[in-house]
Design a binder for this molecule. Structure first.
Ligand SMILES: CCCCCCCCCCCCCCCC(=O)SCCNC(=O)CCNC(=O)[C@H](O)C(C)(C)COP(=O)(O)OP(=O)(O)OC[C@H]1O[C@@H](n2cnc3c(N)ncnc32)[C@H](O)[C@@H]1OP(=O)(O)O
Length: 218
């Protein structure tokens, strides 16, 4: 399966690349938020656009032909920098840093105005996006990774934009299937809960995925 790439990068160089990727992602995230909430006049909008287009042209001078994929060092360090939830280079990803505990994974972060669905509340699809990742990461963390087969979400109450906490855990496994569950909550309490079935696809069953994947890796 293409997109799973072993690419040796020396530790020091990797640390530098991580720092640069984070900085670039953070700058563009700031730009995305500013784009949603700006109230400047026509002239300033035109000025901003010229700068943004110029920046895009610089970045496009050299580019990879595909998406970023999953890249590994042979020591198992993983880079999923294009990932829609935790990709450090991906400004569409909320800046999520997952923490792996013995029996669950969790993260706390802010969802800004670019994630709005109903006024002042997080879009339901964004909630699904985040729960998919946290449940998937829980399966990875427990050594039973898989692709999402089924994801069921119960929305308990609206999730206010701003700080949220997500948690996921692996409940059990059955053959190639991992059953995980998790929640999203805010200061208002529980907002959404999910159950998911993550399945190791046939093409990956001979591979040692548990050694290759790790939650919280850079
Ligand atoms: C290096 C290796 C990496 C490996 C991978 C790791 C990825 C790194 C994860 C990081 C965390 C990311 C978290 C976000 C994860 C996404 O966003 S994944 C993207 C969204 N999901 C997809 O695109 C999946 C698309 N579907 C597929 O690829 C395949 O249909 C599936 C779901 C992998 C199933 O694979 P399959 O080889 O057809 O499975 P198959 O042998 O027929 O069935 C196995 C068992 O699963 C059951 N099953 C099949 N499909 C389903 C289903 N949809 N629902 C429930 N049960 C099902 C079968 O009934 C069977 O059950 P048993 O008979 O064993 O009891």
């Amino acid at each position: 399966m293409s997109g799973y790439i072993t690419e040796e990068i020396p530790a020091e160089e990797l640390t530098r690349q991580i720092e640069q990727a984070r900085e670039l992602g953070d700058s563009v995230r700031r730009l995305v938020t500013a784009t949603v909430v700006t109230d400047v006049g026509e002239e300033e909008l035109a000025e901003a656009r010229a700068h943004i287009d110029a920046a895009a042209e610089i970045l496009e001078r050299s580019r990879i032909d595909s998406s970023f994929g999953l890249r590994f060092n042979s020591d198992g360090r993983l880079r999923n920098w294009g990932n829609a939830v935790e990709g450090i280079r991906n400004p569409l990803a909320p800046p999520v840093e997952f923490h792996a505990e013995a029996d669950h994974v969790w993260a706390e972060f802010d969802l800004g105005p670019q994630y709005e669905g109903p006024p002042g509340l997080v879009h339901g699809g964004v909630i699904g996006l985040i729960l998919d990742q946290v449940l998937g990461n829980a399966a990875v963390n427990a050594g039973s990774p898989g692709m999402t087969g089924t994801l069921t979400i119960r929305y308990r109450q609206g999730t206010a934009l701003g700080p949220i906490r997500v948690e996921g855990r692996l409940d059990r496994t059955e053959g190639h299937k991992s059953f995980a569950s998790g929640t999203i909550s805010t200061a208002d309490g529980l907002c959404a809960e999910a159950e998911g079935i993550f399945i190791m696809p046939r093409w990956a069953r001979g591979l040692d995925a548990s050694r290759q994947l790790g939650v919280g890796d850079a």
